[in-house]
Design a protein around this ligand. Structure first.
Ligand SMILES: [Zn+2]
Length: 259
């Protein structure tokens, strides 16, 4: 019974941006001549007894190498809401693109939950070393991940799985082979952190993905799946929308409360 499940609050933690790119990059094959700003985030899912971090952000060295505008070490931003990221016990990297996985070694005491199909592709499949995939890879983070194979710190998830009462991981391929969204029981109903299933709220509203596509038909099925599980479309959160800063209440610099 949903009413008996614990509820959680969700916070967006901006660690880099804004960065400007063509609309066509985040809204596939449209508005090639127009520009849009986006941010980089991790998320905090905060319950009475448990704090879960969704995504790892970027490591300082990698952010420097890529000259990320507005970058702040994700641990510094988390500290502004009283969370010591180096002591957090559970982290859910949604997928193995650099902006979601690079900072993995910042979370020293965490257990990581990653979909097995995602791990197998990025760590063990030679295709992932081809240029379009390498472009989206932090090789340092992926080398570290490879060392975790078989370790207690890494839980390889197969499909949808509840990891805490009221928190379920949802296999949501399309952007990558094994991206996972995070379904969270909140006071407003079921919210979903969809990560890069949509860079923007608009991707979900109009069912147009970003240009970073592994499997377009799988992506469309993922939209159906996430929409069938979320309580309302306004509770389906994207990966990079600047609105997650501008349209939600601020609780500290760079941190807004989504639910
Ligand atoms: Zn991303």
């Amino acid at each position: 019974m949903p009413s008996q499940l614990p509820t959680y609050e969700i916070y967006a933690v901006k660690y880099a941006g804004p960065i400007t790119s063509s609309v066509a990059m985040v809204f596939w094959n449209t508005d090639w001549d127009q520009k849009i700003e986006r941010n980089y985030y991790i998320w905090v899912v905060k319950g009475k007894d448990e704090t879960l971090i969704v995504d790892c952000g970027m490591a300082p060295a990698f952010a420097k190498e890529r000259q990320m505008p507005g970058y702040v070490n994700p641990l510094e931003v988390l500290a502004r809401m009283g969370i010591d990221g180096s002591k957090v016990k559970r982290v859910v990297p949604t997928h193995i693109h650099f902006d979601h996985i690079s900072g993995i070694e910042l979370f020293r005491e965490a257990t990581f939950y990653i979909q097995e199909t995602e791990f197998d592709f990025w760590i063990n499949d030679p295709v992932s070393k081809k240029p379009p995939f390498l472009m989206l890879t932090d090789p340092v983070a992926n080398s570290y991940l490879a060392t975790l194979e078989g370790a207690d710190k890494l839980i390889l998830v197969r499909g949808d799985q509840e990891i805490l009462p009221g928190i379920e991981l949802l296999l949501a391929p399309g952007h990558t082979p094994g991206l996972q969204a995070v379904s969270v029981n909140t006071a407003k109903g079921t919210a979903i952190l969809g990560s890069d299933c949509g860079h923007l709220f608009r991707n979900y509203e109009e069912e147009i993905p970003s240009c970073f596509i592994t499997d377009l038909s799988a992506w469309m099925r993922t939209y159906d799946k996430l929409k069938s599980k979320v309580s309302s479309l306004s509770l389906l959160f994207p990966g990079h929308d600047a609105k997650m800063v501008s349209q939600f209440p601020s609780v500290a610099e760079g941190i807004t409360r989504l639910v």
